[in-house]
Design a protein around this ligand. Structure first.
Ligand SMILES: CC(C)(COP(=O)(O)OP(=O)(O)OC[C@H]1O[C@@H](n2cnc3c(N)ncnc32)[C@H](O)[C@@H]1OP(=O)(O)O)[C@@H](O)C(=O)NCCC(=O)NCCS
Length: 164
């Protein structure tokens, strides 16, 4: 079973290693690049962006970005925002896909969210169609909410409750 660590992206070198994470052919339809994710994080501070590289030891195998606790007031002000906790981007490098790293990243996120206030569920959304990652999320336990946001299917994962 794969195990990963979520590492903060702090230095220019961390950033360069994150930017080297590549999608496979055709996957650009389903997930934006790391470069675009950095730009989105700067443009949308109200969505409470937080990102990490996904590491297997010293090797960077992917990139993940979440909305890490969007304030209720922001969600009320912008009904397209989903939260407070939303898995915004998940990319496992094409050379490392289908080796359990995507699942391990979800495990690491669930562990991280245990200590976050009010984290009772994690949302994500997927572009539907051939090659969509939706089955990957459903296999993990996400369920469709019935909501469609910007042509994407919104899914929800109930999080295990800690001592909150
Ligand atoms: C989707 C993604 C995150 C999955 O990560 P991964 O490390 O390849 O997934 P895992 O190895 O943990 O896969 C676990 C299971 O999920 C399923 N699965 C994985 N990717 C899938 C896909 N694209 N379509 C359908 N099922 C998929 C498989 O059943 C897989 O088990 P198997 O390899 O025994 O068949 C990764 O393929 C990826 O980054 N894809 C491109 C970007 C993307 O679509 N991101 C999601 C944005 S919403």
């Amino acid at each position: 079973m794969a195990v990963v660590q979520l590492r903060d992206i702090v230095t220019d070198e961390d950033r360069a290693r994150a930017l080297a994470v590549q999608r496979g052919p055709g996957q650009e339809h389903y997930v934006a690049s790391v470069e675009k994710s950095f730009a989105d994080a700067i443009e949308s501070p109200e969505a409470a962006p937080r990102y990490w590289t996904v590491n297997d030891g010293d090797e960077v195998v992917g990139f993940v970005m979440i909305s890490d606790g969007v304030p209720a007031g922001e969600i009320e002000a912008d009904p397209t925002l989903i939260g407070p906790y939303f898995l915004w981007r998940l990319l496992i490098d094409e050379r490392h896909q289908r080796q359990g790293y995507g699942t391990a990243t979800l495990d690491a996120l669930v562990a991280y969210l245990r200590d976050r206030p009010g984290a009772i569920e994690l949302y994500t959304s997927c572009v539907p169609g051939d090659g969509t990652p939706q089955p990957f999320y459903e296999r993990y336990g996400f369920v469709p909410t019935g909501r469609i946001e910007e042509d994407e299917v919104v899914l929800r994962l109930d999080l295990p409750r800690g001592d909150r």
